[in-house]
Design a protein. Structure first.
Length: 175
């Protein structure tokens, strides 16, 4: 019986260091879980902040692009009105030249029946012609579309080059 009593007293005492280590490990595990949860919370907050900054940057670039497109449209309209007085409807491109241009890369000659009747020698030739007015209007429209495309690409480039921090990137100068 003494042996049983001794083992009943010694056994818990022998296990004490192990129990203490186990308690320490449980405490450490709880601290790690708490630390991990805090890291996740901070990461989520940082992600939300980056998203908010990206949305603000996108809104700013969109407003800037819309203002540029409004200015572009207004200038194009002003130039269209001015071209009416600056051109006189003289023939510049013959029907044959228009057929060659039709379907070229980026070109479609459409509305040939809607072209104004040319004056002078062009009227005697017959067939469709493009007048100086037509070419001037086409050039104006092409320039307007090019500028709009350039502005959109610049906004897209700015979106990708601008970091999510408040620093502005240094863009390469155009050559």
């Amino acid at each position: 019986m003494a042996a049983g009593l001794t083992s009943a007293v010694v056994w818990p005492m022998a296990r004490a260091p192990v129990q203490l280590q186990l308690a320490d490990l449980r405490t450490e595990h709880a601290q790690l879980r708490e630390s991990h949860a805090e890291s996740l919370r901070l990461a989520a907050m940082a992600s939300a902040q980056r998203l908010e900054q990206a949305q603000a940057r996108g809104n700013h670039l969109t407003k800037k692009l819309q203002a540029a497109e409004r200015a572009n449209t207004q200038l194009t309209q002003e130039k269209k009105h001015a071209l009416k007085a600056a051109t006189d409807g003289r023939a510049c491109l013959s029907d044959r030249a228009l057929r060659v241009l039709d379907g070229a890369t980026g070109l479609t000659v459409s509305g040939l029946s809607e072209l104004p009747t040319p004056t002078g020698d062009a009227a005697a030739e017959g067939g469709s012609v493009a007048t100086d007015s037509d070419l001037a209007q086409w050039a104006l429209e092409a320039g307007s579309r090019f500028e709009s495309c350039r502005e959109r690409l610049d906004a897209l480039i700015d979106w990708h080059l601008t970091p999510t921090t408040t620093e502005e990137p240094q863009r390469e100068p155009a050559e």
